[in-house]
Design a protein around this ligand. Structure first.
Ligand code: IPE
Ligand code: MG
Length: 224
């Protein structure tokens, strides 16, 4: 979800106004994903590198996050949406962790759409966590190092039961992964959209899904 700052700047507004409008785009996009019948939507809300931003912006982002979790969970639940999180929870404040757990608990049995929010998330960090979990099992004598393969690493990621994304969308014209789902994106189709995140919604999601539908996926094999 990139482009909040540029959206605000273009209007002579403070950066935080872009983040606020970005939260509206989250609502619109979650609704759109549900309408399109997507089973999973993962949103990169705050990266493990976003702590490098000015302290007041980090504070703004954290309070917007809290506001979102407080205000939206009931609505998400009513719409049959399951909420889950990826990222390193150590390093997030206690009140945010409590809201995250509450959201997970409340929506646990919902099956319409799984909304995954990446918070204090980095793909490299997630792979490091998986490596630690594997090492712990090896040290405990429960796992033989020669049994560590791609499937074993996948089983130790933050949400092992969630499949790798078919489609990965980056907004605001930037063309890089910025440490998002590095392991899982191995064969994801990448779509780069110039739309600034606050302007993103049903139309843009639909268009990305359409582009995805035109791609030929070979997964390293060949078509003919
Ligand atoms: C989204 O927009 C950022 C986060 C969700 C942390 P940016 O704040 O990166 O916006 P630009 O790149 O300055 O336009
Ligand atoms: Mg940015």
């Amino acid at each position: 979800m990139d482009g909040n700052g540029r959206w605000a700047k273009a209007r002579g507004l403070p950066h935080v106004a872009g983040h606020r409008k970005g939260a509206d785009a989250v609502r619109a996009t979650v609704r759109a994903a549900r309408e399109l019948g997507l089973p999973y939507l993962t949103l990169f809300a705050f990266s493990s590198e976003n702590w490098r931003r000015p302290a007041d912006e980090v504070r703004d982002l954290m309070s917007l996050l809290k506001l979102y979790l407080r205000r939206e969970i009931a609505d998400l639940h009513r719409n049959g949406i399951r909420v889950r999180f990826i990222g390193d929870r150590n390093g997030l404040s206690g009140d945010i962790c409590a809201l995250m757990e509450q959201a997970e608990e409340t929506t646990r049995s919902n099956a319409a759409l799984t909304l995954i929010i990446a918070l204090n998330y980095g793909g490299q960090g997630e792979i490091v966590r998986a490596a630690r979990r594997l090492a712990t099992e090896v040290a405990a004598g429960r796992l033989d190092p020669s049994d560590i393969d791609e499937a074993a690493v996948s089983r130790h990621l933050d949400l092992p039961d969630v499949p790798a994304p078919d489609l990965l969308i980056r907004t605001s014209g930037e063309q890089r992964l910025s440490n998002f789902l590095l392991w899982q994106a191995a064969y994801s189709e990448l779509v780069f959209d110039d739309t600034l995140w606050p302007d993103f919604g049903l139309e843009q999601l639909q268009q990305a899904v359409e582009i995805f539908g035109q791609r030929e996926r070979r997964f390293g094999g060949r078509s003919g």
